[in-house]
Design a binder for this molecule. Structure first.
Ligand SMILES: NC(=O)c1ccc[n+]([C@@H]2O[C@H](COP(=O)([O-])OP(=O)(O)OC[C@H]3O[C@@H](n4cnc5c(N)ncnc54)[C@H](OP(=O)(O)O)[C@@H]3O)[C@@H](O)[C@H]2O)c1
Length: 324
């Protein structure tokens, strides 16, 4: 270990090879943690190459096989860890079988991970990656009152519009709060807005490919997203670590920089990156407007990066990886 780095202890990151988790692993390693990552297939060298290439990985990264749908699957990885960052969850927009593909892995998977946490006497805190979609999907939003962590999205609205991903995140976060209360586990949840920035995994996840689509002139995905908050991937990794390390951190933390309509985002991107065919014509959606109150995470000393930083970094990485 680099002599200048303080040993920060051992933590587990579930779904370690994902878009958000890979950046979290990178930040945890660079700040001195020993990281135990869980992945579905530790033998898939191609999918894990980017993790083994991170600074400190050879000395302080260990990968275990674990599946959200297998009871006890996370026991070995979590045992002995002081912190658990539970990020693994299906991030799928469209599904022909949402119960099996999205809802069950998110909810049962969260309970499986927490059951393993319960068995671990070294556990100090669990940080669950939830989503801003657990607060913003409601019909009764007052545009003059910014949404904060005290609000929950409506499960009825999610069901009505078949927003299964958001429903899975609401149900998973709610069962986590219940389980942790009953079992005296210190839980903090992070509610990221739409995450933007360089992808460490070479295969783009669902949200990163939506952004790529926008640079290629596709409208469909972003039309569906509508109004959205955005956050830099480095910021979301740092927010996870901040709420893990900060003794007073508690409850839910909404993490978002700027909120924009999809057509405002397109116009911002088109003027900043004029050589790309960013679409100009979008349908305006009849959905409630909202802003976010992120003073809770800011009160821990956090400052969000700008839209310019997010998209400059994202675009550079899309070019470097040959996607554009
Ligand atoms: N990206 C965003 O804009 C955004 C915004 C808000 C919240 N989030 C949350 O951030 C977390 C990570 O999402 P992401 O954007 O990084 O997407 P991602 O790259 O698709 O990561 C999802 C991770 O979950 C794992 N996973 C899915 N089903 C699993 C199962 N049955 N067993 C074990 N692992 C499973 C995946 O493993 P495989 O690699 O094996 O498929 C992958 O590592 C999720 O909880 C998501 O809800 C993301």
């Amino acid at each position: 270990m680099d002599k200048k780095l303080k040993n920060k202890g051992k933590v587990c990151v579930t779904g370690a090879s994902g878009f958000v988790a890979s950046w979290l692993v990178k930040r945890l390693l660079s700040s001195g943690y020993f990281v135990v990552g869980t992945v579905r297939d530790p033998g898939d060298a191609k999918k894990l190459e980017h993790l083994w290439g991170l600074e400190g990985a050879k000395e302080r990264l260990k990968l275990f096989k674990a599946d959200l749908m297998e009871e006890g699957s996370f026991d070995e990885a979590i045992m002995g860890c002081e912190g658990v960052f539970h990020t693994a969850s299906p991030v799928v927009g469209i599904s022909s079988n949402p119960k099996i593909e999205i809802l069950e892995p998110a909810v049962k998977g969260t309970l499986n991970v927490l059951e393993s946490c319960k068995k671990n006497p070294s556990l100090r805190r669990v940080v669950l990656t939830s989503s801003s979609s657990t607060v913003r999907i409601r019909m009764d939003i007052d545009p003059n009152v910014p949404l904060d962590e005290s609000v929950w999205s409506s499960t009825e609205v999610c069901e009505h519009f078949q927003v299964w991903y958001a429903l899975s995140k609401i149900q998973a976060e709610k069962v986590a709060w219940e389980f942790c209360k009953e079992n005296n586990i210190d839980l903090v949840t992070v509610l990221p807005a739409f995450v933007i920035g360089p992808s460490l995994p070479p295969n783009l996840c669902s949200t990163a490919s939506d952004v790529l689509g926008l640079f290629k002139g596709e409208t469909r995905k972003f039309e569906f997203h509508g109004r959205m908050g955005y956050i830099h991937i480095d910021d979301i990794a740092l927010c996870h670590i901040l709420v893990y390390e900060h003794k007073e951190a508690h409850g839910r933390y909404l993490c978002s920089s700027t909120v924009m309509e999809h057509y405002e985002l397109a116009s911002f991107l088109a003027s900043r990156y004029p050589s790309y065919p960013i679409p100009r014509s979008f349908t305006k959606l009849d959905r409630p407007s909202y802003t976010y109150n992120t003073s809770k995470i800011e009160s821990l000393g956090f400052k969000f990066k700008t839209m310019e930083e997010m998209f400059d970094d994202c675009l550079n990485s899309l070019i470097m990886q040959g996607h554009l």
